[in-house]
Write a protein that binds this ligand. Structure first.
Ligand SMILES: Nc1ncnc2c1ncn2[C@@H]1O[C@H](COP(=O)(O)OP(=O)(O)OP(=O)(O)O)[C@@H](O)[C@H]1O
Ligand SMILES: [Mg+2]
Length: 266
């Protein structure tokens, strides 16, 4: 084992222990291929439609949390339980998922976790894509939403017109909307603060998950952190560098990082 690997392992163990979360010991997913969505024309969907995810789409997006008997889904059930326990104990309502860099698996983990939580009968979940510069959560659903968060914030599109219902009960998606350049300024708008507050306080049994941009690539997470109760860091095995993860945690030192998930790809 070389030095870097050792350091990674140590950081992994320390973070997992301090978080009270088990790292994902093995990949919950098959590692081959990629989303293969970008560049493909996706059907345009609005809030009146229910987004039904086919098995093919679920597989392509590496969504496994809905499986009833599978080790991969069990990993997300365990993560769900650990997170729900922390959130209930601390009375947290909002969780942001981030990582050091692009492509670490934030959206994959966020969507699987959201589905897993929504399948726990007591919980409703709203999953919001807040990467306003490079939004892509909708690609996991195989659709192009007509409107999203940036349209609400900048063009006064009513919020209900931005929300997507999924064929998974109790799960609502707020897509990011049309990509915009001045994303951190937009996330810093009073209208965003009011929305974050409203989403958090309106329904007591609703948990909000924010799929955030990467910490080292954009200042957006810092602009948004004041609106979230807790942060989950994704570390991608074989990709995330120890120095970057450490830098990331430094940058998030004022945030409430409740744990780290090791996303492993073979
Ligand atoms: N454990 C895994 N095994 C194999 N492939 C994975 C795994 N996790 C994620 N992927 C794939 O890696 C790619 C990047 O994942 P994802 O889009 O979830 O990352 P991200 O951190 O949200 O990226 P971005 O910062 O660009 O939004 C996707 O093609 C996804 O299917
Ligand atoms: Mg993403």
């Amino acid at each position: 084992m070389d030095k870097l690997e050792k350091a990674m392992q140590k950081a992994r163990q320390e973070r997992a222990m301090s978080a009270g979360l088990s790292p994902l010991a093995s990949s919950p997913f098959a590692a081959q291929g990629s989303l293969l969505q970008s560049g493909r024309a996706l059907p345009v969907i609005n809030s009146k439609d229910v987004v039904t995810l086919t098995e093919e789409q679920l597989d392509r997006s590496r969504i496994v949390a809905h499986h009833t008997r599978s080790a991969e889904a069990d990993v997300f059930r365990l993560l769900r339980t650990q997170i729900l326990q922390i959130m209930a104990r601390e009375k947290y309502r909002t969780l942001a998922i981030t990582s050091a860099d692009y492509g670490d698996g934030k959206s994959t983990i966020a969507l699987n976790l959201a589905i897993s939580i929504a399948m726990d009968l007591k919980q409703t979940v709203l999953l919001a894509d807040i990467d306003l510069r490079k939004p892509n959560l909708h690609e996991f659903l195989g659709i192009e939403p007509e409107a999203g968060l940036s349209d609400y914030l900048l063009h006064d599109t009513p919020l209900p017109e931005c929300l997507l219902r999924l064929s998974f009960e109790r799960l609502t998606i707020l897509p990011a909307g049309k990509p915009i350049e001045r994303s951190s300024e937009t996330l810093g708008l009073p209208k965003m603060a009011a929305l974050a507050h409203e989403m958090k306080t309106r329904y007591p049994d609703r948990l909000i998950i924010y799929d955030m941009p990467p910490v080292l690539a954009q200042d957006d997470p810092l602009a948004f952190i004041p609106h979230v109760d807790a942060v989950l860091m994704v570390v991608r095995e074989g990709k995330s560098k120890t120095a970057d993860v450490t830098r990331c945690l430094d940058i998030l030192s004022n945030a409430n990082v409740i744990g780290t998930v090791l996303n492993e790809a073979f």
